[in-house]
Design a protein around this ligand. Structure first.
Ligand code: SAM
Length: 344
């Protein structure tokens, strides 16, 4: 059987369709819920350059993943735009047969100057993270003194470069930025962009994640729907992470990513590649599978194909579902993931 014909499904019959590629573990922000300064401070040992997968290695792996069924790539980090010449990587990935969609998740800090080149290289979509429209709240969260206006400029620049509609990710943490939900909804209503609210997740680096800091998606929908009536919309594609809602008055749509209150492991078709070439089959997997070693040791495409295939077919992860059950029984388990290594 030829490489591209191999049907691939894990132990829960989930196909491999999406690959999130972390191109760097570095970020200029120190978002308190993601890369808090106490952990990612001056002394933190980020990966030396030679340990990062090169563009050629990433493209080769993307070709092998495409042969296993991957159709969508998402570039993430750390902050992916810190990786120099990212548009060159996009152009290389855009030429990989079978890849239908290349997206980027970014904090927006460097996007305004790069949006045009990225779009020209073949980037199809961009997601920009923004947790509040209030500078004091946003700066307290990003812990890097970065102002809201620059992120809004980045969103506008991405739209003018042809990357509209832009998705805007807002992580909601109770007592920190829940008061920003309605202003954010008001701002993006009617803009053509899609605001998505993400339940605050335990990513293992914030010592004090607590369930009571999670604002459940249902509460967010009720709050916004009380102001501007909403109706559920069909998923844009099977396995879509966000649940979509439409403003009844035609003001566009919003999404909620309810990974804590309504985990979606059953429909998860995503694998993640860390910046140093480890394959993770779940955001919360404690350990990854090294692909860089075999890649640099001269493995053939067929060997790498078989390696990835055997990792995916053994996959049984449903971490979020199990964690939600355990948390409900007041026995929280702690994941060992570092978001900065794998990307969101
Ligand atoms: N630096 C880029 C950015 O800011 O978008 C890409 C990497 S970031 C890890 C990807 C996404 O994960 C962002 O939208 C971020 O807000 C989200 N994220 C990070 N930590 C999170 C957490 N504890 N709970 C929920 N979402 C989180």
């Amino acid at each position: 059987m030829g490489i591209a014909e191999l049907p691939l499904a894990d132990t829960l019959a989930r196909p491999l369709r999406d690959l999130r590629i972390s191109v760097t573990d570095r970020c200029q922000f120190r978002c308190t819920y993601c890369m808090p300064r106490e952990v990612f401070g001056r002394d933190f040992a980020f990966l030396p350059r030679e340990q990062l997968l090169t563009f050629e290695e990433l493209t080769r792996l993307a070709r092998i993943f495409a042969g296993l069924g991957v159709r969508k790539l998402r570039l993430t980090g750390g902050e992916p735009l810190l990786r120099r010449d990212l548009d060159k990587l996009v152009a290389m990935l855009a030429r990989v047969g079978g890849i239908q969609d290349i997206a980027l998740t970014t904090n927006g800090a460097l996007l305004a100057g790069k949006a045009q080149a990225l779009a020209a290289a073949g980037l199809r979509r961009v997601t920009v993270s923004l947790d509040s429209l209030d500078d004091a709240v946003f700066m307290a969260l990003n812990d890097a003194g970065f102002p809201v206006a620059r992120v809004l400029e980045a969103i506008a620049a991405a739209a003018s470069a042809g990357l509209a509609p832009v998705k805007v990710n807002m992580v909601v943490r109770r007592g920190v930025n829940e008061q920003s939900i309605l202003p954010m909804a008001a701002h993006f209503r009617g803009s053509g962009h899609v605001l998505r609210f993400i339940e605050y997740m335990d990513v293992g680096t914030t010592n004090g994640w607590r369930l009571d800091e999670v604002v459940p998606a249902a509460e967010i929908i009720a709050l916004i729907g009380g102001q501007w009536p909403l109706e559920p919309a069909e998923p844009a594609y099977p396995g879509e992470v966000a649940r979509r809602y439409r403003y009844r008055d035609g003001g566009g749509e919003i999404g909620v990513i309810a990974s804590v209150s309504q985990p979606f492991c059953r429909g998860c078709t995503r694998a993640r590649l860390s910046a140093d070439g480890k394959l993770f089959t779940c955001l919360f997997a404690g350990t990854g599978h090294d692909l860089r070693g075999p890649l640099r040791a001269g493995s053939s495409d067929q060997t790498l194909h078989e390696l990835i295939s055997s990792i995916w077919t053994r996959r049984a992860d449903r971490y979020s579902e199990l964690r939600t059950r355990q948390t409900a029984r007041a026995q929280p388990v702690r994941p060992k993931v570092e978001m900065s290594r794998i990307g969101g």
